[in-house]
Design a protein around this ligand. Sequence first.
Ligand code: PEP
Ligand code: MG
Length: 544
Amino acid sequence: MQVATGKSILNGIAIGPLRIYKKTEIQTCQNSTLTPAEEWERFDAARRKAQEQLAGLYDKALDEVGEENAAIFEIHQMMLDDDDYLDAVKAIIDTQNTTAEYAVTTTGDNFSATFAAMEDEYMRARAADVKDISRRVADILTGQQDAGMDGGRPAILVADDLTPSETVQLDKSKLLGFITRHGSSNSHTAILARTMNIPALIGVDFDDSWDGRLAVLDGYNHCVYIDPAQELLATMEEKRKSDLKQESLLQNLKKKPNITLDGKEIKVYANIGNASDVGLVLQNDAQGIGLFRSEFIYLESENYPTEDQQFALYKRVVETMAGKKVIIRTLDIGADKQAAYFNLDKEENPALGYRAIRICLTRKEVFKQQLRAILRASAFGTVSIMFPMIISVREVRDAKEILAECTAELQAQGTAIGKVEVGIMIETPAAVMLADELAQEVDFFSLGTNDLTQYTLAIDRQNPKLDNFYDPHHPAVLRMIRHTVEAGHRHGCWVGICGELGADLTLTETFLRMGLDELSVSPSAVLPLRKLIRSLDLSSAPTT
Ligand code: PEP
Ligand code: MG
């Protein structure tokens, strides 16, 4: 058995033979026997045909992966109208008396190299796109088509790279997963793979000997096993079966509203800890992200993640969610979540210590860097900002003031910003008691029941000895939740839960009766919750 590692795009298991996909080399003849005007005409006709193909691909993608993800094929169509691109092709034809296919291939290579060297992440991602469109036109001009994408037995495709258009054209009935040597998890190809629920690994070093061999692509562990041992194969088959069971549940409930039998609707969102979890959110059909624990970005770094690094991650999540709400919680570091480079002092009671918003309000530059990154990402979808560990109105006002400062700075630079909802976590008894006042400051509340239980019951949530005392069903906690919902609603704030209690199915009915507007749970908990909500009838007497 051979094991190779890479970076997983989607958690999932694929089992089957590997098929190495080799793109046919375009045979381009450099010197033309035609006049430059005739070559330009050939190019222009091929370009229009390519645009027709792309329009068809757009429609296909629209059906399969939704508008936001299909948009790449509109971008490709527009790129084929780009003046700079067209001028470059024409200049090569005119000055070098070359064939149209040579000119378009060379232009594609030149533009791609230029984009790849750019600072701007968005432009870098366009490098693959410009190659993709150039190749499409060249294929039309030479009458060549890629072979090997369709046909044959279902397989795990192995390729150096896959362009977005190749990905969407893949025959998914034959595609078990894919593995590429290159590619970035920000690329549209990765976004499409996640959206299509195809287990995929990038950054894998492979060789031709892999072709035809049996393999297990283990997206959970970022690796592929070639010629897997019997025992491993059996375990993976079991895992795959349980995934399929979950998926069939998903199929039944996908796109169905989270609505009770008597018509009460509640939003079911998902919690994520890092950008790559967004695949699970889509896989489980959550309506949005109710809690993005952004501190994990800091915990995974050796040093403060820069504004640009954060922006790239937030943007990726926001774009992938395609307009669905993404609530990004600002840095909640401290207590059990420590990063050495913050140089936080050792504390007697870290859970009651220097953490979360307390750090952000006193280390303003760190906070501003994050806020600016979030605001910039807000231009790409629907973003909300949520402040953790709030205990006073003063803190909320201070945080909002810093947010307004960042907004003003970005606007002065001409940076696009979307409309951003502002909310706070209600996870301290102080915030519950001040809920009426706090609700007048923000758009929403999200109850952090993990900490709310800890602080209400004075029980360290980290201490395993206290497990039996840590009771989130405690009447004090439940009353606090009710109080928060009522206070929020009195002032036009929507109220949700993003702590673990939101997924507690024994309390779902209670939460619905309390009037909670949203429950945000781990991705795998979304569908069981939806199933239960759809079976409840609140017009009858409470069952609990
Ligand atoms: C909570 O406290 O309930 C919460 C959602 O935040 P965390 O678990 O990250 O502290
Ligand atoms: Mg908390």
